[in-house]
Ligand binder design. Structure first.
Ligand code: PLP
Length: 370
């Protein structure tokens, strides 16, 4: 049985062009700063996003962590969305490593945070009881809202609030290029208002490993020190950076433009699922809570939904049919389209979901979150 793995876009394997580039990569010792392939990747990432400098790091989590370490001092506070990866899924690195607290703002179903809520979350620096706000962070695409892409105008508006209070804006752009492609904007325009962006190579862009952090030269110098502190100084790591250079290249081997296929496939999946009795809108934070799954919310490469069944039994029935999806927060199910998933796989997944729903009919769904 062929397996169709829709758990995440992190399951992608490198393209043939990436494998060739990795095998042929020119290498040096990156801690000495002389791996030419890493240097080229960092320069390419910075150039694409219109920033002064870049830094290759092991993961999206490390990208967010070194960015926080570079922006924040111990005892400071970060404003971020309650459902964000930084707050929910990075093992409290902000507290454990950075020494910073979080002021969490409720997420909206459109993936945005209320600007007044952000403005109201700043601390009073004259009050010695309070931590000092040092950073605002947003996530683009915004995963928990079914990966909604955030606009240039919104990013600019958040940056204006942050800058008016004298603090920088960091964008967790794990799927930044999905947001770029979905909206047809230039990467540098979407990155422009932010002071730092971390984007993942290892998700939709199909590289095996890595993220790139970009920002000003001073910021990247501090982030580089932070990466060393974390043990993230790597040596002949051009062998991995080579895949990233292919991903970010213009022309047929690059993997940015093809994200449009993933978005079309996600939409196709959402349309197919929305018609099935037993599939409903996801509910929970950052999602509409009632009624039919709205396929228009599949704006990038995520489909998040709720099954009116026992979720574990449903996922198990699906897996026995060769389709992998994943349990997602607030009792939901997530499917993610990516390199290697074709329209025919999506159609096979819809058919398998129909069968799995029939097999698990009558099992008890988890209560909807209030
Ligand atoms: C929005 C977001 N940010 C950051 C990360 C962290 O990336 P990594 O798994 O490479 O640490 C993820 C991972 O899924 C993510 O979805």
């Amino acid at each position: 049985m062929t397996r169709i793995d829709l758990r995440s876009d992190t399951v992608t394997h490198p393209t043939p062009a990436m494998r060739r580039a990795m095998a042929a990569a020119e290498l040096g010792d990156d801690v000495f700063g002389d791996d030419p392939t890493v240097n080229a990747l960092e320069a390419r990432g910075a150039e694409l996003l219109g920033k002064e400098a870049g830094l290759f790091v092991a993961s999206g989590t490390m990208g967010n962590l070194v960015s926080q370490m570079a922006h924040l001092g111990r005892g400071q506070e970060l404003i971020a969305s309650a459902e964000s990866h930084i707050v929910q899924d990075e093992a409290a690195g902000h507290a454990v490593v950075v020494g910073a607290s979080v002021r969490a703002i409720p997420d909206r179903p459109d993936g945005m945070l209320d600007l007044d809520a952000i403005a109201g979350a700043f601390r009073d620096p004259m009050d010695p009881h309070e931590p000092i706000t040092g950073l605002v962070a947003i996530e683009n695409t915004h995963a928990h809202s079914m990966a909604q892409p955030l606009t240039v105008a919104y990013t600019r508006a958040v940056a204006d609030v942050a800058h008016a209070h004298g603090v920088p804006l960091h964008v967790d752009g794990a799927r930044f290029f999905n947001a770029v492609v979905a909206q047809g904007v230039a990467p540098a325009d979407l990155a422009g208002p932010a002071d730092s962006i971390s984007f993942c190579l290892s998700k939709g862009l199909a590289c095996p490993i890595g993220s790139v952090v970009v920002g000003s030269r001073d910021f990247i110098w501090r982030a580089r020190r932070a990466r060393k502190l974390l043990g993230g100084g790597m040596r002949q790591v051009g062998v991995l950076a080579a895949a990233g250079l292919v991903a970010l290249s213009d022309g047929p081997d690059g993997t940015i433009a093809r994200l449009a296929d993933d978005h079309a496939n996600a939409r196709r999946l959402a349309e197919g699922l929305a018609d099935l009795p037993g599939i409903v809108s996801p509910g929970g934070a950052a999602q509409p809570s009632e009624g039919r799954l709205d396929p228009a919310r599949a704006a990038t490469n995520f489909v998040v939904f709720r099954v009116e069944r026992d979720r574990a039994a449903f996922l198990d029935a699906l897996e026995r049919r060769g389709i992998l999806m994943v349990a997602y927060p607030h009792g939901t199910v997530r499917a993610v389209t990516h390199y290697g998933i074709e329209a025919a796989d999506v159609d096979a997944a819809i058919a398998a979901v129909r069968d799995a729903l029939a097999e698990t009919a009558g099992t008890a769904p988890a209560p909807r979150p209030s």
